[in-house]
Ligand binder design. Structure first.
Ligand code: ADP
Length: 558
């Protein structure tokens, strides 16, 4: 801008200089011409008087250096000429100044020389004898005039150019300087700039409009961020070129990264997500869904287009963690298969026995054995169905069951009482020690925990073995300990014995009337009471299972 202003001022200054010079030269030239003419006229008058008085002799003493003098007869013949030979000169009668002088007594004219470089002024006066005396002087042309004063002109032009440059540069800086000082953050607050006030006001209006719009945008962005932050589902917005525009926290969690993904291509996301294929599909079908396992978690991915008018402006990827659901579904499938399998065996056995009896193929003395087998298989089925019902109740949620204050020691005492005969039958000694400790819980579930642990401790014990049950109140938790001197659980199975239908030795379990569901019921019931299970076992030495029931407030959470 400074340069443009400088150029403009400099150009104007130069134009003013040139036009001033032209005008000055015009005036000078006119003045100079008039002066020459007047001088020539008075000299002609003098010369005429001289010739009138002295006749031809006047020319002898004449020193005509600054002008040319010619004496002409009334017929145009040249009688004398200060620069030429009269006999060689042509007749002057037709010359304008001569004609005029002969007619009026005085005449003047001007003519350009043959080279056009100079103009000659003529002044003629008629004498009393009818002859004409003519004086001529060479007048300088404008070019000659300029050439004659070229040096001072050049000095003037040089000074003017230097002055113009410094003036233009100073003025342009002075014009721009206040503009640079303008406070553009608050345009309307700038005072003393009347000329640009409308512009500043407009700027100020636009600025406040922009501020409002950006505040509105920020508010919307904040709303969007808050909403997406709170979402459990991952949300990724992708533009039409496959560049990530927005990622929420849940999505970052699912991709197992905390690096900034915005601005990156979807290829930066874990390949297990299979987004390339989903993107292809969504472009073809309008939406795409898929399932992916990322970092051992299972996700359901749903990609749908974000439309702006008639075109796809981008895509929204919704990621839903279905690991639990997936696991639950798989467990349900396995459970159904296991249940069918577990029920099939006793049913086949019952059906086989009954078929033999009905076909009269069993001797009367054997009927008793067959009947007791049917009874035992039916008992197994009943136990199995009972356990399945208990588990499915736990699966459905036990919100309907009310928690009450339960004395764990009293409950354990009842369980020990109910298992007394069973223990006696296999020569296992049952003993309960500890103290009364009240926790908040569901009596049926707590009783189930103690029963299953003690039942296993008896079932998987050795002859003349023992089972010790202890209830201990340590202030912030109540610990139930069931220890036995039985066969023990090998280390590699310790993690899995709590799974449904998991048995270390299936035939042994069946033999002792196990269903494979006891410890899963214990695990579920303990979880419901926020209790922690601890298992210590050594093969052929025994097993100790501890259940830690917290007494803290969160224990009441259902
Ligand atoms: P089950 O009905 O077969 O006893 P559980 O779920 O109660 O089913 O136990 C799972 C398996 O864990 C059992 O089959 C058994 O092999 C093992 N187990 C459980 N408790 C004990 C224990 N106290 N001592 C040794 N093994 C045990």
């Amino acid at each position: 801008m400074t340069k443009r202003i400088f150029r403009s001022i400099f150009t104007v200054a130069m134009l003013v200089l040139i036009s001033s010079l032209v005008i000055i030269f015009g005036i000078l030239y006119g003045y100079y011409s008039d002066l020459q003419k007047t001088q020539l006229k008075s000299q002609t008058e003098l010369a005429a008087k001289g010739v009138e008085a002295a006749g031809e002799k006047y020319f002898d003493a004449l020193d005509a250096e600054s002008f040319r003098i010619t004496w002409i007869k009334d017929d145009g013949t040249v009688l004398f000429d200060s620069e030429g030979t009269p006999s060689e000169m042509e007749n002057h009668l037709e010359r304008a100044e001569i004609k005029q002088a002969l007619a009026t007594g005085y005449g003047e004219s001007s003519r350009y020389s043959t080279t056009q470089m100079e103009r000659v002024l003529y002044s003629a006066k008629r004498l009393s004898d009818g002859t004409v005396i003519r004086l001529s002087v060479t007048q300088l042309t404008v070019l000659n005039l300029i050439m004659s004063i070229l040096q001072p002109i050049l000095i003037i032009v040089f000074v003017a150019v230097v002055l113009s440059i410094s003036l233009a540069s100073g003025v342009s800086k002075k014009i721009v300087e206040p503009l640079n000082r303008l406070d553009l953050d608050a345009p309307a607050a700038n005072k003393g700039y009347e000329e640009i006030m409308p512009l500043l006001r407009r700027l100020s209006n636009q600025q406040s409009q922009l501020t409002r719009q950006s505040a509105e945008l920020r508010r919307k962005q904040d709303e969007f961020d808050t909403a997406t932050k709170c979402m459990n589902e991952g949300l990724v917005l992708i533009n039409e070129t496959g560049e990530i525009v927005s990622v929420n926290r849940a999505a970052l969690r699912c991709f197992g990264t905390d690096t900034e993904l915005v601005g990156k291509n979807i290829s930066a996301l874990p390949p297990e997500a299979g987004l390339d294929k989903l993107l292809e599909k969504v472009k073809q079908d309008g939406n795409a869904e898929g399932k992916a396992e990322i970092h051992n978690l299972v996700y359901e991915l749903s990609l749908s287009p974000v439309r702006s008018g008639d075109v796809d402006a981008g895509y929204a990827l919704l990621i839903h963690d279905i690991t639990e659901k997936d696991k639950a579904e798989q467990m349900r499938r396995e459970f159904t298969a296991n249940v069918s399998h577990e029920l099939k065996t006793p049913l086949h056995s019952i059906s086989g026995c009954a078929e033999l009896i009905a076909g009269g193929m069993v001797k009367p003395e054997d009927i008793k054995d067959f009947a007791s087998q049917i009874y035992s298989e039916a008992g197994r089925m009943i136990r199995l169905v009972d356990d399945i019902i208990k588990l499915s109740r736990l699966d459905e949620g036990v919100n309907t069951m009310q928690k009450t204050d339960v004395d764990l020691y009293a409950l354990a005492s009842d369980v020990v009482e109910s298992l007394k005969n069973e223990a006696k039958a296999v020569n296992v000694k049952l003993s309960l020690t500890g103290e009364s400790s009240v926790i908040s819980g569901i009596p049926q579930l707590l009783s189930g925990i103690i029963f299953n642990l003690c039942d296993n401790a008896i079932k998987y014990n050795r002859k003349n073995g023992s089972v010790s049950i202890n209830v201990k109140d340590s202030g912030n938790e109540t610990v139930l300990t069931v220890s036995d001197t039985g066969i023990g659980i090998p280390a590699e199975h310790q993690e899995r014995v709590f799974e449904r239908f998991y048995r270390i030795d299936k035939s042994h379990s069946k033999e002792v009337g196990g269903t494979g569901l006891g410890l899963s019921i214990v695990k579920h019931s303990a979880k419901f009471h926020n209790a922690r299970i601890e298992l210590h076992s050594a093969v052929n030495i025994g097993t100790t299972i501890k259940v830690h029931f917290p007494k803290a407030a969160d224990q009441d959470k259902t």
